[in-house]
Design a binder for this molecule. Structure first.
Ligand code: GBH
Length: 504
């Protein structure tokens, strides 16, 4: 009894402290704050030295009509030449780490590990050294959507041979950069490039292999990720001592109303569980296996469109994550598709996703602002995967070009507040967070129309000059105080996106 009441008092004290702390919105000590980018989106220099052609070079050059304004990443932010200026900006803003990706075809011009480009590798050695010299931790993404075109000509992520080619490429990076890089991301956002690259033309390679392409791609992604993890574990971990994981694009899937808890669970498993369940528990989520099998059968397929893993592969994949990496931007409400009551299957998940008419929009077509969805998602990850060390590898807001970006600041404030409550009140083990993005950059098929940077880039000028936005100044203060800062108010509205009639 006595011990109990002491415990209660201690608890009360702790929760009061935690609560005040949450109200103060300070970052816990040791929390890492960084900025992120990706090779094809910022580097330019698409054909310098011996660099090989990658799928994005090929896609933008052959199908300019698919990209807004027919643009491409030939020059982008010119970061191949301006990396020192970028590092200086990252440093002066006050970030702890910089997450960048390596261009596979810059390092391996033939696509394979028979030829290693000295120049290509040197660029990443220079960038890494520049970061380290300035006290910024390098976090390296091995693959952010730009695989060599020659590999795509053999099926890209739909050809299982990519697994070995990927591992060989990763080994070159561990050998060359592993002395200074202690946090690795194998693959960025499988859901995006598998779904939008192999079942739509939104992303390269733009092959529309409906119902099949995404799962096949994801299957090989899991194998490539896991084999790379095992190789690091066996050959590099002892000497280099780093950590390695994958980064998943996670949206909040919230129940449309309280009767749709199961629908929200299904939405989470189709989005997050597809990749995370095999990595944490050895196989695809049960709900995915049963639903994809059911829908495949109704479509007349002799077997499920979701591939199966052998027991051997399950064992290789199970446990291949040192931290839980995720990118987060937006949320949806979900409910069950009523057509299914009539035996009509419109999708594998059987869900309809909607947004609430009150949610503000960013400029990207898919982007609705709902900060509560972020906290919801973080608590879900805590519960589902045993509260793993969690790293937010991207979070940010798009507009159509605005130096006085009040909406972006407000987005960061609201989303970070949700995250801090999830950490401090709810015990979610989030240890790192990266801003997407340090610079405006090539936003894939949206070209340069939607901008995510806290620093503006003048893309129409040969100098690709950088100009800080209001959000950069806000971040600078946040980083020096390690505490959220209030949102400055604009005198005029700067909202760049008009609402559609049905959204009013
Ligand atoms: C990330 O992609 C990329 O890693 C990065 O390169 C990119 O620049 C950045 O974000 C901004 O786009 O309708 O709720 O199902 C994010 C791509 C696009 C993935 C929207 C999820 C559907 C969300 N996302 N997509 S939802």
């Amino acid at each position: 009894m006595k011990r109990c009441s002491i415990a209660t008092i201690i608890c009360a004290i702790i929760s009061t402290v935690c609560c005040c702390d949450v109200v103060k919105l300070t970052f816990p000590s040791g929390f890492s704050l960084g900025a992120a980018s990706a090779a094809y989106q910022i580097e330019g220099a698409w054909n310098v030295s011996d660099k090989g052609e990658n799928v994005w070079d090929y896609y933008t050059h052959h199908y300019p009509e698919i990209i807004s304004e027919g643009r491409n990443g030939d020059v982008a932010c010119n970061s191949y030449y301006k990396y020192k200026e970028d590092v200086e900006l990252i440093k002066s803003t006050g970030f702890d780490f910089y997450r960048f990706s390596v261009s596979w075809s810059r390092v391996l011009p033939t696509g394979f590990a028979n030829v290693i480009s000295e120049d290509g590798l040197q660029y990443y050695k220079n960038l890494t050294a520049e970061l380290v010299a300035n006290g910024i931790e390098p976090v390296v993404t091995i693959y952010h959507w730009d695989h060599p075109q020659v590999i795509e000509e053999m099926g890209g992520w739909t050809n299982e041979l990519i697994v070995d080619w990927f591992v060989a490429y990763a080994r070159v990076l561990f050998e060359a950069l592993g002395g200074s890089v202690k946090r690795w991301v194998t693959i960025n956002e499988p859901d995006s490039f598998c779904g939008e690259g192999y079942e739509s033309t939104r992303l390269a390679p733009g092959k529309v292999i409906t119902g099949i392409g995404k799962y096949l791609c994801g299957h090989n992604v899991l194998k490539a990720h896991a084999k790379t993890y095992r190789m690091y574990e066996e050959e590099f971990r002892d000497s280099q001592g780093g950590v390695i994981g994958i980064v998943l694009p996670l949206s909040g899937h919230l129940p449309y109303n309280s009767s749709y808890a199961d629908a929200a669970e299904t939405g989470f498993q189709f989005n997050c569980g597809w990749m995370a369940h095999p990595i944490y528990f050895g196989d695809y989520p049960e709900i995915m296996k049963t639903r994809v099998a059911l829908v495949s059968e109704s479509q007349g397929y002799p077997r499920s469109r979701l591939p199966e893993f052998s027991d051997e592969w399950k064992a290789i994949i199970n446990g291949t994550s040192d931290y839980f990496g995720l990118n987060h931007y937006t949320s949806r409400f979900v409910y069950n598709d009523p057509d299914e009551e009539l035996g009509i299957y419109n999708s594998d998940s059987g869900l309809i996703s909607v947004v609430d008419s009150s949610w503000p929009m960013a400029s990207s077509s898919w982007f609705y602002v709902y900060p509560e969805g972020f906290g919801y998602l973080l608590r879900k990850i805590r519960d589902e995967y045993g509260n793993p060390s969690t790293w937010i590898m991207e979070n940010g807001y798009s507009d159509t070009d605005n130096l006085e970006d009040y909406e972006r600041i407000s987005y960061y404030y609201e989303y970070l507040k949700e995250m801090l409550i999830a950490v401090k009140r709810d015990g979610c083990n989030v240890e790192g967070y990266a801003v997407w993005s340090i610079l405006d950059n090539f936003e894939w098929s949206d070209g340069y129309t939607n901008r995510f940077g806290i620093i503006r880039v003048e893309f129409d000028d040969a100098d690709t000059n950088r100009t800080t936005k209001l959000s950069q100044a806000w971040w600078k203060k946040v980083l020096s105080k390690r505490k959220l800062q209030s949102v400055p108010t604009s005198t005029t509205s700067t909202n760049t996106r008009t609402r559609l009639p049905w959204q009013k």
